[in-house]
Design a protein around this ligand. Structure first.
Ligand SMILES: *Cc1c(COP(=O)(O)O)cnc(C)c1O
Length: 505
């Protein structure tokens, strides 16, 4: 008998009152599944007609504080609860007029790929499975598309924060003057220091803290007027630290800062790191993907020289949360930071534990979801060119928005718009700086609560303003006309109220 025959024989014999979580009525659950697909397509197809964000009504919020269900209410009723308590209240990032923080929009195909990945339910720790080959293939595609060396190692992770933590772990262990895995940071003969611009994302500091180095070891270097790291100040800080007995080991460069989209001079950083024997980690969480667009590529020159590089697919590649990536040039160094093989995970030369694809040895996760599938399916279906088209469009939309702002007398740009982030504020001739800060803060909250457009806050050069980070494939030119009109309308309202003292300071 073949394995197939054995399996179908035992399957047909099973009668059993033993419990399972499979449905008793497969057809009923299948029909519900079809309705779920229809409901989500219904939402996504018309999402632009809805308010961007709405507060959760109190009675709905109360449902979401109920105690743990010991007895089930049934699949139909549980889904009905989803439809009343969750479905009507998206965060807004699926809406064409959302540009808050830096978030991805998602795609209908990405949604379906999440279902397929959950259905297959691979545990992608590695080994001899299709999912392992898919992740390896996707990492290969990403290296090729970003111009990163093919022999580099990599790993898909939950997002930029974990990608930065993973890359910086390798940097720390490689830079240490001791066997850091064995002895720990406390045994380092000199304090280890690393360097990044003051505009660097907070996840880098969090990684440094988690790595046991302490936030003081992260030297924040001042920026130029364009919010790029000041290379002269960086060089000076390294020299001074060396002279005072610390051990510089790493520089973190930015390929697209969260605040303004600034890109550090990555070739200058790579030159400096080469000369000084330092690890170059580049945080390209959203900006690295601008490399897909030929006209933007020169701005990222030097990124391919990074020892480690991080970027997210759930931001500017529009895939569903959460999928990010870390690439590490030196594959052996990557493995050396994490590899560990207890007897119960012994590798084999045959069977499911065989093969070269071991993701559990490249990061902190053992059990891992099938993150690669949404990337694989989406790149195969649409091609890298489609994603490049979205990125290019977002960058020209940012330029369009910046031009509208520059032309509006009540509006003022707060930072240069080099990539896809536009920072600006509402100004009047009648208010001092403190009043303008208060007006812009109130204006932003009214915009966000109003549900027509959703930017987030700019905090640039000590001034409060409004920031649109455009990573949205659904936005159209008209949406930015509306943003400017709304800022002017609501801003004039707030400024008039402020004149009579209504805005709390
Ligand atoms: C968003 C962001 C991060 C953090 O990424 P997550 O996916 O949110 O963990 C890190 N760096 C930059 C520049 C970012 O914009």
């Amino acid at each position: 008998m073949t394995a197939n025959q054995v399996a179908s024989e035992v399957f047909s014999r099973a009668t059993s009152d033993e419990v399972t979580l499979d449905p008793q009525d497969w057809d009923a659950l299948r029909a519900l599944g079809h309705r779920m697909v229809d409901d989500m397509f219904g939402m996504l197809e018309t999402v632009g007609e809805r308010p961007v964000w709405e507060p959760l009504p109190e009675e709905v919020a109360a449902h979401l504080t109920q105690a743990a269900p010991h007895e089930g209410e049934g699949v139909e009723r549980a889904y009905a609860d989803f439809l009343t308590d969750i479905y009507p209240y998206p965060l807004g990032n699926i809406n064409p007029r959302f540009w808050g923080w830096v978030m991805g929009t998602g795609t209908p195909l990405g949604m379906l790929s999440s279902m397929l990945a959950a259905g297959m339910n691979f545990n992608v720790r590695g080994g001899n499975t299709a999912a392992s080959l898919v992740e390896t293939q996707v990492l290969g595609w990403l290296k090729e598309l970003l111009g990163y060396p093919a022999e580099a190692s990599g790993l898909l992770v939950s997002g930029g924060s974990v990608a930065n933590l993973t890359g910086l772990t390798v940097a720390r262990n490689q830079g240490a003057e001791i066997d850091l895995r064995q002895h720990g940071v406390g045994a380092a003969p000199r304090p280890m220091t690393l360097y990044a611009s003051a505009e660097t994302h907070s996840s880098v500091q969090r990684a440094v803290e988690v790595l046991g180095l302490g936030s003081e070891s992260l030297r924040l270097i001042p920026c130029t007027a364009d919010f790029e790291i000041d290379i002269t100040a960086l060089r000076q800080a390294i020299t001074e630290d060396r002279a005072s007995g610390t051990h510089p080991f790493c520089v973190v460069g930015n390929a697209g800062t969260t605040n303004t989209g600034a890109i550090d001079d990555l070739n200058a950083l790579a030159d400096l790191c080469e000369r000084e024997g330092l690890w170059l980690h580049v945080d390209g969480t959203f900006g690295a993907l601008a490399h897909l667009v030929p006209s933007l590529r020169p701005r990222l020159a030097g990124m391919e020289r990074a020892d480690s590089l991080t970027f997210d697919m759930h931001k500017w590649l529009s895939l569903p949360y959460g999928v990010g990536c870390v690439l590490v040039r030196d594959a052996a160094a990557h493995r050396a930071a994490f590899a560990m093989t207890p007897p119960y995970l012994a590798l084999g030369s045959r069977g499911p534990m065989s093969g070269p694809h071991w993701f559990m040895d490249r990061g902190i996760e053992l059990s891992r979801p099938f993150r690669a599938l949404s990337v694989w399916l989406s790149l195969k279906a649409y091609g890298a060119a489609a994603f490049a088209g979205v990125i290019e469009q977002n960058v020209s939309q940012a330029r369009y928005l910046a031009d509208l702002i520059a032309a509006a007398p009540e509006l003022e740009l707060l930072a240069p718009t080099g990539l896809n982030v536009v920072c600006f504020r509402f100004v009047t001739g009648d208010h001092d700086e403190a009043a303008l800060d208060a007006i812009n803060q109130e204006l932003l909250l009214r915009l966000q609560e109003g549900g027509v457009v959703l930017p987030s806050n700019a905090a640039v050069g000590g001034r409060s303003g409004i920031r649109a980070a455009i990573t949205n494939h659904r936005s159209r030119g008209e949406d930015f006309d509306l943003l400017v009109a709304e800022v002017q309308r609501v801003g004039s309202e707030v400024a008039a109220e402020d004149a009579i003292g209504n805005v709390a300071r």
